[in-house]
Unconditional design. Structure first.
Length: 566
């Protein structure tokens, strides 16, 4: 197992190879230094701590920086904050992304609840978090939540899509490590003024994730994200004790640096992508917060459980960032902020009239308050915007027609696609299989060569830098075997033609044509995939084979297809 080398935040920025390996031991973080938020919050400072600084610490990516709050001052200040953080737009650094064709164009998100004896999660907490992931899965492909903005960020391994699958939750009762790791910071941390009793460093979180994936024979690839939740009273730190610098969850020291992060490690060439989700902190004596309490609305619990409702926003943040930058070489801006970092603690317009239960996301009918995510498309359209609650469907390509709509299993057929918002660099896939030789003729027309696929009717998707088309009936393409003829009635008629003949067989599709030897029949009607009718042409007397042709090929001559002109 080896840790990937992303873009490490060292005193002088050094960019290491994306997949450099450091053997079986973890690469030390001791030499790293990052700018930490000050322990005492100065008057008037309440935006996200260091919003324009790198949100990376060693191999930990996309740190959700805490909000630094000053009571009585913050809410007015946040209301007039910039519409984004960092230095957008997001830039493609040539690395992979998640939810790509090689993994079925989907991400299975598996929540892990690590709580040994003496620690626990409430049933309500797990129910709400699990439901959030399931509801995101149910709304996959829609333009109505923040995840719809992710399709505009392809990677070296192909175009990404918004398709989430809810993995089976894992309850992990394994004891916490008794050696190594970090020492918990003291003092009041949570809203009830209780504090930490245990501390887990990143290596320990990574090792437990690795153990579970191995023991349960779970996949390691760009289609699986493992989200490790730890319970109340468990601190998280990136480095173990003794590191020259440290970054931890909220406390009263200068190490208070984050609310959550994501990362990855490799087993050979296979990535295991995970997120560390410590228990949420708000209304804290530390002067920092992981939620919206610094906004004019204050903390919100649209599902009636403030702990779980607060946790949903950093979870959304880390999921979106893991999808677009799983191993440190994907999409981030010039200050190494990822799509979630550039919109941390920016929520946009809220809905709901009940105080304390307001929301900005309706996902599969459920209400949630999550930060917005950064959209390069929105930023390109108006550089005073960028953070969005959803990706407006008007920016995404659409498909209104295919011609032809079916073809052979061997592929190689040129298909013309009509629609809107086609741009240079567009890609096309048939279900999860990429097409080839894409030519964008105009913003409303392109051509593509079909791949080889098994038989079946599937959706065709067009992806541009602005997003991916939604699956609609008009984009359905059918891969089918060549037609065959099994019977004809009648099998003879006069040389003058004009007789209606019923042909029975297989794989008849719209657009089918029929010829008697070399002479085309007329008035072809495809009744079903196994039956059609045709009117005979005029021909010289004689017995000839009858051929049925579809976009998938032409039927082979057989004895039962012989028609005799008398």
């Amino acid at each position: 197992m080896s840790r990937f080398a992303g873009n490490w935040a060292i005193s002088a920025t050094i960019r290491l190879p994306l997949v450099a390996m450091f053997g079986t031991a973890l690469f030390t973080l001791a030499a790293l230094s990052v700018v930490m938020p000050a322990a005492d919050a100065s008057a008037g400072s309440c935006a996200s701590a260091n919003p324009s600084s790198s949100s990376r610490f060693g191999s930990a990516l996309g740190l959700v920086r805490p909000q630094r709050l000053t009571p009585g001052v913050c809410r007015a200040a946040v209301a007039t904050a910039l519409p984004f953080h960092g230095t957008p737009p997001l830039l493609n650094h040539g690395g992979p992304v998640m939810s790509v064709p090689s993994v079925g164009s989907q991400v299975v998100v598996t929540p892990i609840y690590w709580a040994p004896a003496g620690f626990s999660f409430t049933t309500s907490y797990k129910t709400i978090v699990n439901a959030y992931i399931s509801n995101l899965a149910a709304d996959s492909g829609k333009f109505t939540n923040v995840f719809s903005s992710l399709a505009q960020y392809p990677g070296s391994n192909g175009a990404t899509t918004y398709k989430i699958v809810a993995g089976a939750p894992i309850s992990d009762a394994a004891p916490y490590p008794t050696t190594g790791g970090c020492t918990p910071n003291s003092g009041p941390i949570y809203a009830d003024n209780s504090g930490y009793t245990r501390c887990l460093d990143d290596a320990q979180v990574m090792t437990e994730t690795d153990n579970l994936v191995a023991a349960r024979l779970l996949p390691r690839d760009y289609g699986h994200l493992y989200v490790m939740f730890t319970p109340k009273h468990v601190e998280s730190c990136i480095s173990p004790d003794g590191a020259a610098s440290q970054a931890c969850t909220l406390n009263s020291t200068a190490s208070a640096a984050y609310c959550a992060y994501h990362s990855a490690f490799f087993s050979g060439t296979k990535p295991t992508i995970y997120a560390d989700m410590p228990f949420p902190i708000y209304a804290s004596a530390t002067g920092f917060s992981c939620t919206a309490e610094g906004t004019t609305a204050g903390s919100q619990a649209p599902n009636g459980d403030l702990d779980a409702d607060v946790e949903v926003s950093p979870l959304s943040h880390e999921m979106a960032e893991a999808f677009t930058d799983p191993t440190g070489g994907g999409w981030y801006d010039s200050t190494q902020n990822e799509n979630g970092d550039d919109c941390a603690y920016i929520y946009g317009t809220l809905s709901g009239a009940t105080a304390g239960q307001r929301y900005n996301q309706v996902i599969n009918g459920a209400h949630y308050l999550t930060q917005e995510e950064f959209s390069n498309a929105a930023f390109a359209a108006n550089r005073n915007t960028g953070c969005v609650q959803s990706q407006a469907s008007s920016t995404n390509p659409t498909v209104s027609a295919l011609s032809p709509k079916s073809g052979p299993l061997t592929g190689g057929q040129t298909v013309t696609i009509t629609g809107t918002n086609f741009t240079a660099g567009a890609s096309v896939r048939f279900a999860s299989t990429p097409g080839t030789a894409v030519v964008v003729v105009s913003s409303t027309r392109l051509t593509v060569r079909t791949p080889a696929r098994v038989a079946g009717a599937i959706n065709t998707f067009v992806t541009t830098s602005l997003g991916t088309s939604a699956g609609v009936p008009a984009d359905v393409y059918t891969f089918a075997a060549a037609p065959s003829v099994t019977a004809m009635t009648p099998r003879s008629g006069t040389r003058a033609g004009g007789q209606t003949v019923t042909i029975t067989g297989h794989n008849f599709t719209p657009g089918t044509s029929v010829r008697f030897a070399s002479t085309p029949g007329t008035a072809v009607v495809v009744v079903s995939s196994t039956k059609l009718t045709v009117r005979t042409p005029a021909r010289v007397p004689g017995a000839v084979n009858t051929f049925v042709t579809t976009p998938s090929g032409t039927s082979a001559p057989v004895a039962v297809d012989v028609y005799t002109f008398t």
